[in-house]
Design a protein around this ligand. Structure first.
Ligand SMILES: [Zn+2]
Length: 84
């Protein structure tokens, strides 16, 4: 989470958690799913044949809505769940 604090507001998207085939990103609230996907694939390529896509899951594993407001900058940023 410390990386998100340092970068939030300075970068369009920040990947703040990654798993094998999922990741969570913090992105500007004015970005739609297509913009988030393009930005995440640019800054953090999967390295495999499939690219990151916004998950159709309506909630994070934590139960929070997805996409949902950033916990630190809810006015200007949103969190998205991505999968590949
Ligand atoms: Zn955030």
């Amino acid at each position: 989470m410390s990386r998100e604090v340092a970068d939030a507001g300075e970068r369009e998207v920040v990947v703040y958690a990654t798993g094998l085939v999922v990741c969570s990103v913090c992105a500007s609230a004015d970005m739609d799913a297509d913009a988030v996907e393009a930005a995440v694939n640019a800054v953090s390529p999967t390295g495999i044949s499939s690219e990151w896509q916004c998950s159709s899951d309506p909630v994070f594993a934590t139960g929070e809505p997805q996409p949902g407001p950033c916990d630190r900058l809810p006015e200007t940023r949103r969190h998205w769940l991505m999968e590949c």
